[in-house]
Design a protein around this ligand. Structure first.
Ligand code: PLP
Length: 398
């Protein structure tokens, strides 16, 4: 018999995953070429060639026990140092290797941070719209999620609504920049303002509130937009990074957390996170991938390909008459459902072979997420289907 907790987990399985599975079934029924799967954030761009070359090279040069053996739970020291140096060069930070912990993707990083910071009943604040898996990452450790409602004006951080939601139980705030599902990039001013609201609250409640900035999309930005480096703006902040999207390696499960020396209780937090990496069963991030990452520092994905998709899809949807948030980063578009119940949109779209994800799973009801990390051809061939959906739902172009 499984636990009631797990039973509920299975029953409420991720909407994104559900759509992905439905897509496979739909492909069997109407043919793969007639299914336009915009449900999953699986990069369509191949990893840079250097990744494969580095892996081959590492295997060829393998010294016994070096590549495939156990290591420190925080990861290979020389890899952490190389990443710290790169961050310092790019962002003017002062990390050293011991401030970094290699993790099993951003998901692994966020989970070890939640394990480190939360006692049962503690609260973690997230800003809607947010990556739905945060609910589980927080609940895994008996924490409670507290959602700051979205500011639909521009979907930036809704800082006006924040102060009333901070309590003595608040231990952390998770932000995601650039944002999945909105594609919005939070700017330096609002990040700094978030920091100042939190530091006043810390004085009031008598303990730190750590901002965990989840940044798998850091390098995926358009129109010259830049993502501020959170540790330069907020004292008690930690970065959870991943190479899943920036190097197209989601299946390889590799990322890191960067814990700057400036945070309160730095050593305790860092040592706690290393212990959490061990006891949660990650033990250490995949060794071969860590070593490959060291060789691939400075490698970039083809951001222009995502940008072409962004323009094609955004302009196409707006031309049809849909209201969309113009993304500045990541590879998602939020579309405002013409019907208040966005399930009406997702179901109608499914009838045309188009798979999208309901915004409710991102704390953003009334919206639909469309992932454009697909081929350009998929977008071109799907646009007539979107037009049919618009006609069926009575969307008129102004
Ligand atoms: N955070 C956000 C906002 C994401 O979109 C994702 C994956 O799509 C993750 C975390 C998990 O990333 P990873 O594959 O690195 O665990």
């Amino acid at each position: 018999m499984i636990s009631s907790y797990t039973k509920e987990l299975v029953e409420k399985s991720s909407e994104i995953r559900k759509m992905f599975e439905e897509g496979k079934k739909l492909a069997e029924k109407i043919g793969k070429e007639n299914v336009f799967d915009f449900s999953l954030g699986n990069p369509s761009v191949a990893p840079p060639a250097k990744v494969g070359e580095a892996i081959k090279d590492i295997i060829d040069k393998e010294a016994p026990g070096f590549v495939h053996g156990y290591m420190a739970n925080a990861g290979h020291p020389q890899v952490r140092e190389a990443i710290a140096d790169d961050l310092n060069k790019r962002f003017g930070t002062d990390f050293d290797g011991t401030d970094l912990i290699m993790t099993v993707g951003a998901a692994g990083g966020l989970n070890i941070m939640m394990r480190t910071l939360l006692d049962p009943g503690d609260e973690v604040i997230v800003f809607a719209p947010f990556f739905g898996e945060y609910r589980n990452y927080i609940r895994n450790f008996g924490g409670n999620i507290v959602v700051v409602p979205a500011d639909f004006e521009d979907l930036k951080l809704n800082l006006k609504a924040l102060p009333d939601l901070i309590s003595e139980k608040t231990k952390a705030v998770i932000i995601n920049n650039p944002n999945n599902p909105s594609g919005v990039v939070y700017g330096e001013e609002e990040i700094k303002e978030l920091g100042s609201i939190l530091s006043s609250a810390e004085e009031r409640i008598g303990h730190p509130i750590y901002v965990i900035s989840d940044e798998p999309y850091r390098e995926l930005v358009y129109d010259g937009v830049t993502v501020p480096f959170v540790t330069k703006c907020i004292k008690n902040s930690i970065v959870a990074y991943s190479y899943s999207k920036s190097l197209s390696l989601p299946g390889e499960r590799i990322g890191y957390v960067a814990i700057p020396k400036q945070i309160d209780d730095h050593d305790a937090v860092r040592d706690g996170a290393i212990a959490a990496n061990r006891v949660l069963g990650f033990v250490n991030a995949p060794s071969l991938m860590q070593l490959a990452i060291q060789e691939c520092i400075g490698e970039k994905t083809d951001v222009e390909a995502y940008d072409r998709n962004r323009k094609l899809l955004y302009n196409g949807l707006v031309d049809i008459g849909f209201e969309c948030i113009k993304p500045q980063g990541a590879f998602y578009i939020l579309l405002k459902s013409p019907d208040k119940d966005e399930k009406v949109f997702t179901e109608t779209a499914k009838n045309h072979g188009i798979l999208t994800v309901a915004g409710t799973s991102f704390g953003c009801p009334g919206f639909v997420r469309i992932a454009y990390c697909v081929s350009e051809d998929t977008i071109r061939r799907a646009l007539p289907g979107f037009k049919e959906v618009a006609l069926e739902l009575g969307v008129k172009k102004d």
